[in-house]
Design a binder for this molecule. Structure first.
Ligand SMILES: [Cu+2]
Length: 318
């Protein structure tokens, strides 16, 4: 009998389960219902548990045992062979605003892996005048992580891995000479299963660590499916007196319930950079970002060592 790949995986898993209990192996093998239970597992179930044919992660007595010696070896690669540049995608592109568009209500009919649907369903967003609009398509892409490695059938924001970096200037404390902007981002789900059986084309977008309304937080149930799109509004403004969002490196990533890890593993993750003015307290300046200009609480002192020249060179960095 020729076994299918799925059947081979099930047998491999069964042997992993039974190996630590050799004393009762005979009786367990004769337990037809247990065997049939294992045979009901789908390949996706096994991947969810981190059990992949040839891998070393095993479940033993309900405890996950990782045996480093049994892990599959990564293929050999040559070190330091590619300069990371913007041109070759080594430094991710920066997301560019598009012409403002009419915001839309959230889709509410995407059925999640666990059978639920979105509950933070919200109408079209009302955005302030100083809002930049972005349009990002989640797409299949072929990506190689190294010249010595093959192409992988991945998913990427705008078909890039990592996706484009969003750069936000704080609306509360913008860098000197810069107007802080809110962001309205429309993500479109164009994801196809492709050849890799990892992840599900069901997505939610989570700006990790950001201040945003619940409907814009990428809550795991607030998903949108293939062919749908969803708007997310990011105020980019200090909230509740908490300032950590005003100057930080964050990331955004897929957040769909039960499949976040797989979808992120397949490429749906990238960065956000938030900038604010530094050094409002005179004498504490430590970088070219520093400026007393416009600080409401700073007291003037003789340590005005910063200049608009350093600030403008810094602002042109991104
Ligand atoms: Cu996160």
């Amino acid at each position: 009998m020729r076994m299918t790949e799925d059947e081979l995986i099930r047998v491999a898993v069964l042997s992993i389960f039974l190996a630590p209990t050799a004393g009762v192996r005979g009786s367990q093998l004769e337990d037809v219902s247990a065997w049939e239970g294992f045979m009901q597992l789908t390949r996706r179930d096994l991947l969810r548990w981190g059990i992949v044919l040839g891998g070393g992660a095993a479940l033993s007595s309900g405890r996950r045992v990782l045996q480093a010696a049994n892990l599959p070896e990564s293929p050999p690669t040559r070190p330091f062979v590619v300069e990371l540049t913007r041109a070759n995608g080594g430094i991710p592109a920066t997301a560019q605003p598009v012409r403002p568009f009419a915001t839309q209500a959230d889709p509410a009919d995407c059925v999640n892996v666990d059978g639920t649907t979105a509950f933070h369903v919200h109408g079209p967003r009302t955005v302030p005048a100083n809002t930049d609009f972005f349009l990002i398509h989640e797409r299949n892409t072929q990506h190689s992580f190294h010249p010595d490695l093959p192409l992988n059938d991945l998913w990427g924001y705008d078909g890039r891995v990592p996706g484009p970096t969003f750069v936000a200037n704080s609306r509360s404390f913008p860098p000197p000479g810069v107007t802080g902007k809110a962001h309205l981002v429309r993500f479109v789900n164009d994801l196809l299963e492709g050849r890799l059986d990892i992840g599900e084309p069901i997505t939610a977008i989570h700006r990790h660590g950001g201040f945003q309304n619940p409907e814009d937080d990428g809550y795991p149930l607030d998903t949108f499916c293939f062919g749908e799109s969803r708007d997310y509004f990011y105020p980019n403004r200090a909230a509740g007196g908490l300032l950590q969002n005003e100057h930080s490196t964050m990331w955004y990533h897929d957040h769909a319930i039960d499949i976040t890890a797989e979808n992120v593993y397949r490429g749906l993750a990238t960065r956000r950079i938030h900038r604010r003015r530094w050094g409002c307290r005179a004498g504490t300046s430590t970088s070219g970002w520093s400026s007393r200009t416009g600080c409401s609480t700073g007291t003037a002192s003789s340590s005005t060592t910063t200049s608009t020249t350093t600030v403008s060179s810094a602002t042109s960095f991104w």
